[in-house]
Ligand binder design. Structure first.
Ligand code: PAF
Length: 282
């Protein structure tokens, strides 16, 4: 695996590979990699000739009271893991490489509407930071396709919309959620879950699955179902951010005619905010 700290040498190699007809896959990350990220690299590897991963803890997508400063930086372990799954190029820029004119002066990419919902409601600047850095990374790497984990379901929906609206020639490929044995979705932020909370942290997934079964069994009173789900999560000792049965395409609360549904939830533990989702067709 070759490491790149700067844009130009990475671009040169990628253009050469493209000139040889190679398909380029891209997996953007913020590091602190777990099996979920590695599965995304493996997926890209199975579909492309060259896989590029990036590690950049993007300050633009963290709110003032969020965990940018304590987000774990684990470069050595990350690069070993990426190498072990056959990643070809690792782009590991510093902040000046990505924001040479400073963050305040940075041109922004905004996807309106969808970014105000769900995670966007409690993390107001988050998606603007994500779409801005992802569009920069797409311009740097110029991949044929980019793989994103379905745990961040809303992030994929927002990025798909950005790619469509801005005519970006990148295919967005979703990668399945990878879970711990008890069902907890793998996340870089799971390290913030305390030992005492850990056995109960699967509750979000349990409730999402319970909601899916209720809908499969014919219930369509989505608002009351959401309330019952929230009560389960609160009874397990967690604070709810949101729990909502949504239309998978628009992420608006589902109506009874919607057929493709995604049930999304976010809850707070003592020191973490965990998100998860399940989808179903009715
Ligand atoms: O999902 C993430 O890790 C980040 O939001 C991403 C896509 C790498 C952008 O910083």
């Amino acid at each position: 695996m070759q490491l790149f700290r700067h844009i130009q040498p990475l671009r040169n190699l990628i253009s050469e590979a493209k000139a040889e007809g190679k398909r380029i896959g891209f997996v953007p990350t913020m590091g602190n990699l777990h099996k979920g990220h590695l599965a995304l690299v493996e997926l890209a590897k199975s579909r492309c000739d060259i896989v590029v991963a990036s590690i950049f803890v993007n300050p633009l997508q963290f709110g003032l009271n969020e965990d940018w400063d304590k987000y774990p930086r684990t470069f050595d372990a990350d690069s070993q893991k990426l190498e072990s799954v056959g990643c070809d190029y690792l782009f590991f820029p510093d902040e000046r490489e990505i924001y040479p004119n400073g963050m305040a002066e940075q041109t922004r990419v905004v996807v309106p509407g969808m970014t105000d919902l769900l995670c966007g409601a409690s993390r107001p600047i988050h998606f603007e930071g994500v779409t801005t850095v992802v569009s920069k990374l797409f311009n740097i790497v110029q991949p044929h396709e980019a793989v994103f984990g379905l745990k961040d379901f809303q992030q994929i929906a927002v990025i798909r919309r950005m790619v469509e609206d801005l005519c970006m020639p990148v295919e967005i490929v979703p990668g399945d959620i990878v879970r711990e044995d008890d069902g907890l979705a793998m996340s870089s932020r799971n390290i913030y879950i305390t030992e005492a909370e850990r056995p109960r942290a699967k509750q979000l997934q349990l409730t999402l699955r319970w909601l899916r079964e209720q809908v499969k069994d014919g219930r369509r009173d989505y608002l009351s179902l959401e309330k019952e789900g929230q009560a389960q999560i609160e009874a397990a000792g967690f604070r709810i951010d949101y729990l909502q049965i949504c239309c998978s395409d628009t992420l608006i609360r589902a109506g009874i005619d919607d057929k493709q549904l995604t049930i999304l939830g976010a809850m707070y533990t003592e020191a973490a905010r965990l998100i998860d989702n399940v989808s179903l067709t009715i």
